[in-house]
Design a protein around this ligand. Structure first.
Ligand SMILES: Nc1nc2c(ncn2[C@@H]2O[C@H](COP(=O)(O)OP(=O)(O)O)[C@@H](O)[C@H]2O)c(=O)[nH]1
Ligand SMILES: [Mg+2]
Length: 328
């Protein structure tokens, strides 16, 4: 045990050892990680805490029952990215899933209608994202599994209600996220691999823009957090903002679409390879087939090159919309 651990750390550690539930353990551990002095002498201990956190989070994701039945909280990713709609009850999360995907999610005028995640596909131009409507963040019986689900998702659509008090909701949501070891990644903030919290990329949906006073509330929300997050003013009732969601999701996920063609054929623009921005010709080729990892010598490129059909190397960084013809 390294010397000079602070009383604050020791206190959190004691809480960790006494914790009986997984969420309580996660909360205490997360505090230990936040307050531990960061110097060479604590390197091992910090690595150990991170490993422990990772194990606990994996446990959180596991469904409670071992009955072998359906496991609604373990959702296999599909499409160009997985996006979770999260928020407090009754803010319109299920209605948003319906409006954006035509997936049948139950909509209710009372809290906690959705107790299991509902999945739909959100189309954007020639790609689709997997959109998941989730139970309210404060619904106690599913919290463990719900916060487990957050861990591996690509993006959060944090939904607040312009009929209520959206700024107060943001505070509650932030508090809940913090309690479970998460934080929302703010604009310009870099991901900290050693950070105590799991930082999640997010967009704020301010729903029910049709409500009375919605404009004023939206402006106040924008002043409070518009410089940290992208805000979309939304109404499922009159359709305000719905078409913005796919575009912003695509922009936030920071991906590019690349098309391949054979020497004799045309590219299939309905079937892009969706790949992280910054990926190279070699990365895209490997997505097509792993044999290209060794085989690719160069590619011909239409799009971001200086001229059509320009010859580029394996390390050429691709742009959205590029067409490549692979040569071994
Ligand atoms: N006025 C208005 N009501 C909405 C809107 N979206 C959802 N609602 C209503 O808000 C209530 C809660 O919606 P629901 O989707 O079940 O909320 P959830 O608990 O967050 O999933 C329902 O009565 C919806 O009809 C909207 O854009 N405008
Ligand atoms: Mg719902």
């Amino acid at each position: 045990m390294p010397a000079n651990l602070t009383p604050q750390y020791k206190e959190a550690e004691q809480r960790y050892r006494q914790a009986r539930t997984l969420p309580a353990k996660v909360a205490a551990l997360q505090e230990m990680m936040a307050v531990i002095p960061k110097h060479k002498g604590t390197d091992h201990l910090r690595a150990d805490l991170r490993a422990r956190m990772s194990r606990h989070m994996e446990e959180l994701e596991k469904p409670k029952s071992t009955s072998g039945g359906p496991q609604p909280f373990s959702i296999r990713k599909e499409g160009a990215g997985q996006v979770l709609i999260v928020g407090l009850p009754n803010v319109g999360k299920s209605e948003i899933l319906n409006a954006l995907t035509r997936a049948p999610a139950k909509v209710g005028d009372y809290p906690f209608t959705t107790q299991i995640p509902m999945v739909g596909m959100l189309p954007f131009e020639n790609i689709k994202f997997q959109l998941v409507d989730t139970p309210a963040l404060n619904s106690l019986d599913v919290q463990t599994r719900l916060f487990g689900l957050l861990r591996n998702t690509d993006l959060l659509l944090v939904t607040v209600d312009l009929e209520g008090d959206p700024r107060e909701e943001m505070e509650q949501i932030n508090a809940l996220l913090h309690q479970w070891g998460y934080s929302l990644l703010e604009a310009g903030e870099a991901i900290d691999p050693e950070g105590a919290r799991i930082q999640k990329l997010s967009i704020i949906l301010a729903n029910k823009a049709d409500a009375e006073d919605a404009d004023g509330k939206f402006e106040r929300l924008d002043r409070a957090c518009g410089d940290k997050f992208t805000l979309i003013k939304l109404s499922c009732l009159d359709g305000t903002g719905l078409e913005e969601v796919g575009r912003e999701v695509f922009r936030h996920l920071n991906k590019v679409r690349v098309y391949t063609k054979s020497p004799s054929g045309d590219p299939d623009f309905d079937k892009p390879i969706v790949i992280a921005r910054g990926s190279t010709a070699s990365d895209a080729a490997q997505r097509l087939h792993k044999e290209w990892r060794e085989k690719l010598k160069y590619a011909l490129l239409w799009g971001s090159a200086k001229f059509d059909g320009q010859r580029v190397g394996r390390d050429y960084v691709l742009a959205d919309g590029d067409v490549i013809e692979l040569h071994g």
